[in-house]
Ligand binder design. Structure first.
Ligand SMILES: NC(=O)c1ccc[n+]([C@@H]2O[C@H](COP(=O)([O-])OP(=O)(O)OC[C@H]3O[C@@H](n4cnc5c(N)ncnc54)[C@H](O)[C@@H]3O)[C@@H](O)[C@H]2O)c1
Length: 286
């Protein structure tokens, strides 16, 4: 398991190993490492937790949804990996502390933190109620802060490691009606740079990935919520914006996270890696 090749074209959307075509990328090993992944019950977080385990890490699956978290743990264990679930609402300081404590207690330390959990909201600023604003900021930016605050001493005591924030292409360029989400993700990118400065002397690298449009339950939920007559048009329009002719898979993002988590990214810190299939390179949608 350890040392599985990470890479390949159009990997399967489930985050599993099928379709993971070795493409000459270097092998990534996280053998002997302990990783904590938030929002690991489904989508990008689940794919990341599964991949990190395949690369040899013992994984703490942290999610607010117990059933989804248990499913991720079961999938990792069925594949021969090590995982445990800690119910975690990343917006709660006590939960963040418990998740980090769980990693140290069950697996003896912590080396990798992936701040992936987060909710979104499609609203203009003037339509966003204060409680909605708070909810989006808390699940994304504050969650990042809380988990990192507890994880940094644990990673330092474990000999150093890597923190990866899952931001978004929205942090660089957006579309109308994403005010709170853009503020949260932009904050995470700025925080990435600041944390890289502050954590570097402790041997902790801090980076972000900024996914484009990724085929997760969240994305499917967005499409399903549209009136049927708009659904196909929305899908087609999204595809039209993709230089590679497809949207991302959870595994595409997990591959980038695994790299940043690993020693192969030993001299990478303070970076935001866009995993958007080139979508952000387009000046105008023509
Ligand atoms: N899907 C995309 O197109 C896309 C694009 C850019 C960035 N992202 C970012 O990637 C991350 C994952 O997105 P996804 O599409 O896989 O989402 P998703 O909604 O499919 O899954 C999110 C997971 O996070 C968990 N979660 C939500 N709030 C939580 C909280 N407060 N505490 C703990 N767990 C919580 C959910 O239970 C779920 O398991 C998010 O931060 C999202 O903003 C997604």
């Amino acid at each position: 398991m350890a040392g599985e090749r990470v890479g390949g074209a159009a990997p399967d959307a489930s985050g599993g190993a099928a379709g993971d075509v070795a493409s000459g990328g270097a092998a990534i090993s996280l053998a002997g490492k302990v990783a904590l992944v938030t929002g690991a019950g489904r989508g990008i977080g689940a794919a990341t937790a599964r991949l990190l385990a395949t690369c040899g890490a013992a994984v703490v699956v942290a999610d607010v949804q117990e059933q989804w978290g248990a499913e991720t743990v079961a999938a990792i264990q069925a594949a021969g990996g090590q995982a445990t679930f800690v119910r975690t609402d990343v917006a709660q300081d006590g939960d963040a502390a418990r998740a980090v404590h769980g990693a140290c207690e069950v697996f003896g330390g912590l080396h990798v933190l992936v701040n992936n959990a987060g909710t979104t909201l499609r609203k203009r600023l003037e339509d966003t109620m204060p409680d909605e604003w708070d909810a989006v900021l808390r699940s994304n930016l504050t969650g990042c802060y809380l988990l990192s605050r507890h994880a940094i001493p644990a990673i330092r005591e474990s000999g150093g490691g890597s923190i990866v924030h899952v931001a978004s292409w929205h942090a660089r360029a957006s579309v109308p009606r994403f005010a709170a989400y853009v503020a949260a993700k932009g904050g995470m990118v700025a925080l990435t740079r600041q944390m890289a400065l502050d954590c570097g002397p402790s041997g902790i690298r801090v980076n972000a990935v900024a996914p484009g449009i990724v085929d997760t339950p969240r994305w499917q939920g967005y499409l399903e919520a549209l009136p049927a007559e708009q659904r196909t048009a929305a899908r087609d329009e999204t595809l039209r914006l993709q230089p590679l002719g497809r949207i991302g898979t959870p595994r595409d993002v997990a591959n980038a996270i695994a790299f940043l988590a690993s020693d192969q990214a030993a001299y990478v810190s303070g970076a935001t890696l866009f995993v958007d299939g080139g979508m952000g390179a387009r000046l105008a949608h023509v």
